[in-house]
Every structure is written in C-alpha cells, then in structure tokens.
Design a protein around this ligand. Structure first.
Ligand SMILES: C[S@@+](CC[C@H](N)C(=O)[O-])C[C@H]1O[C@@H](n2cnc3c(N)ncnc32)[C@H](O)[C@@H]1O
Length: 379
C-alpha cells in the first residue's frame, strides 16, 4: 500500500474525496486544497486516468523534521532516489510551503536539487540533468512549520491538461474547475445544458465528457510512466478498459454560444479535438438576446468578471441587463454563474438559492445558483 496526495482547486475537496473513493482509494482524508489517500499502483493509475477534479496525484516518498535549509538538504540526501528513477531521467524540484519559517523557498529548492544530484553522483558517478520546462521526473517538497514531505509527481503535466485544447478563447477555465462546476450544478445528462458565454468551450466539453463517461486522461502521458515502479501491464489494461465506449445517452443536448466570433472558433476547434462535436451545438449570440434553446434546463456560465476582461463599471451596467434577460427568456431554467465578482446577484437583482465558495487559483470566487421562476425573483 502506497500513500498519495491529490491536489485540487480549493472548494472542490468534498467532491474530490468522493471521486477518489469511487476509484478505489482508501483512507481518504480531505485537507484544504486536496485529499490524502492510500492505495496500490492500480489506484494511482486510475486516479490519474479518471479524476476529473484533481490537479496532480503525488506519491509520498519520505517525511522529515526540519528547522532550516540544512535539515532539508540532509533529509533529501537520505532518500534512495536511485530506487525511484534512473539517472537518465531529467529532473525538476518544486517547493510549496505553509507556515514555513524559511525566508527563501527558491534556496530550499536549490538545496534539494543539489542533494538529489549529489546522492546520484556519489553512488553512480553521474547525476540527472535538470529540465525546468519539460522534466521526466518532478520532485515536490511540501513544507509546514517544522515538518516536510517529499513527493514524486505521478501526473507529470497537471491533470487539467487533458490534451484537447487547441485555442484558449479568453480567460479559459481550468478543466478540473470546469468539471467541478458541472458536478456542483447537479446537471443530469437528460436535461438540456447551455453555456451562453462559452468562450473556448471548457464547461461544454467537460459536461459532454461526464455524460459520455469518457476518461479525461485517455489521450495523454503521465509522470508515473518515467518511474522505476511503473508496471506497463497493469497500466495498459486500465487504459484499454478506459477506451471502450461507455454511456451513450440517447438525448444529450448541450448548447453553447458567445457573442465573440473569434473565441467561438477556438471553442469549435476544442470541441472537435475533444471528440464531442456530435453532442454540442454552437452558435454566435448575445446572451441579452438569445432565446432559450428548450423550455427548461440548466445554464452554466463564467461571465466576464473584470479581473482580466471588462472593467468593473462596464459590468455594473451589463449585470442588470443580464438579470432582465434571464427573467424574460429563461423562466424554468436553473442558472449557475461562476464568478469572482461577488456583486453579481445583487446587480442582476436576482436572489441566489445557493452560493458555493470556490477558488480559481488564488482568486476567491462563488458559484451562484439562481432559479428563474417567472415573475417571482424580484428582490
Ligand atoms: C470568462 S470568459 C468565459 C471563459 C470560458 N468559460 C472558457 O473556459 O473558455 C467570458 C466570455 O463571455 C463572453 N461574453 C461577454 N459578454 C457576452 C454577451 N453579452 N453575450 C455572449 N457572450 C458574452 C466573452 O466573449 C467571453 O468569451
């Protein structure tokens, strides 16, 4: 049994923990920003292949007490790295910390890298190369006030990189956050789904993948393939199983629109790249004028929120119009807005039935649920 840690966007931990349990993880323990779990290597492969919510799956290889960089260097020299990966593999070290007394994490990173390389050189006479951009092996150190953990990254590129993104649109959501928003909305594949400000189409693609039961990692490589413990036979079997067709919902109705023709081009390419174009209907439209594509359904959207696109003042004019358009055109729809602009419901003059705190990186956001009932939503 090995010990792992799955990281995820903050706010998704309860969903992540449930997802890990469904993939066979044991002793799952949520903490802010992820969940620790135990399992064999098959569970690790399954988590990488199937988790829609995790950013990375880290394998715990050593833990230590420390007071300064010297202790961390010593702890890194004690690890038998040669048992974990070969000297031909390129390396990158990352350090993250919470309440650590260290003044420079960059210096700690350097000391760990030196310790790993020294250990190889002393034993084999040669050391691994460092490759910061595209390493074969990533060592992560996580430092708390007096205790630290070394992990090896079994994911490699973060798991939100599913391998289908061709065009970014503007301010695209990370795929695992988008999947979390779809799951939190409670959407069922039998219901029509609309993202009327779809940008590069991330929410639409994640929704289609969930409905079809498609493994998010089926088209990519993983960090564990570069580790000595890798067992291709177990992995190939899981990968083959994941490629078999699963759900074919009879009436999957997913609609996307955006008023910017350029980002719609990105959405079109992304949707085709993800192989879900059969299920997603796209059109160019302004949400303020767009008619509902069905008498009732679920809307999910990530409207512009002024951090990166659109200014706060322009949005203060846009949101009341959006509120009026929803009341006019979307009675019967359950709408979900993911935004960092906490003024949104008030400015829309609509009462949310639910507010879920979620983080987009370091940015505190909310997922507001607003049910549009004809004539009854005025504050
Ligand atoms: C934050 S981005 C959405 C990003 C998207 N969730 C993704 O992952 O790519 C907001 C989008 O709203 C669109 N938008 C802004 N005002 C709009 C309007 N009145 N009608 C339709 N789309 C609009 C913008 O063109 C932009 O693509």
């Amino acid at each position: 049994m090995e010990q792992f840690f799955a990281s995820s966007p903050r706010g998704l931990e309860p969903l992540l923990a449930a997802e890990l349990v469904s993939l066979g993880a044991q002793s799952v323990q949520q903490v802010p920003g992820g969940a620790a779990f135990s399992g064999d290597w098959r569970v690790c492969y399954m988590a990488n292949l199937w988790s829609r919510l995790a950013s990375r799956i880290l394998w715990r290889v050593a833990e230590f007490d420390y007071a300064g960089e010297g202790d961390i260097h010593e702890a890194a020299r004690k690890v038998d790295w040669m048992r974990l990966f070969t000297v031909e593999r390129s390396l990158r070290v990352n350090v993250s910390a919470q309440k650590s007394p260290l003044t420079s994490l960059d210096f700690a990173t350097l000391r760990i890298k030196d310790a790993v390389c020294d250990r190889f050189r002393e034993t084999l006479g040669s050391r691994p190369n460092v490759d910061r951009a595209n390493p074969d092996v990533r060592v992560h150190a996580f430092l708390e006030s007096a205790r630290g953990v070394f992990y090896l990254d079994t994911s490699g590129e973060p798991l939100f990189k599913r391998g289908w993104r061709a065009g970014a649109g503007e301010a695209p959501l990370r795929e695992n956050l988008a999947a979390g928003i779809i799951l939190l909305s409670g959407w069922k594949p039998e219901e029509p789904l609309l993202d009327p400000m779809c940008g590069g189409g991330t929410l639409l693609i994640e929704a289609a993948a969930i409905a079809r039961g498609r493994a998010p990692g089926v088209n990519r490589r993983f960090g564990f393939e570069n580790l000595k413990v890798f067992s291709p036979a177990i992995w190939e079997k899981e990968k083959r199983d994941a490629q078999k067709p699963r759900n074919s919902p009879k009436a999957l109705e997913i609609f996307g629109s955006d008023n910017d023709p350029r980002v719609l081009g990105d959405a079109r390419r992304n949707i085709a790249g993800a192989g879900v174009d059969r299920w997603v209907k796209l059109e160019q439209a302004d949400i303020l004028e767009r008619a509902a594509p069905a008498p009732a359904g679920v809307m999910v959207a990530n409207p512009p929120y002024g951090e990166r696109i659109g200014s706060k003042e322009k949005l203060a004019e846009f949101y009341p119009k959006l509120g009026s358009a929803l009341k006019k055109n979307y009675p019967g729809w359950r709408c979900h807005f993911f935004t960092a602009d906490l003024r949104l419901p008030k400015l829309m003059r609509l009462q949310p039935s639910r507010r879920v705190p979620l983080f987009n990186g370091a940015l505190e956001c909310r997922l507001f649920e607003i049910c549009i009932v004809a004539g009854s939503n005025r504050r």
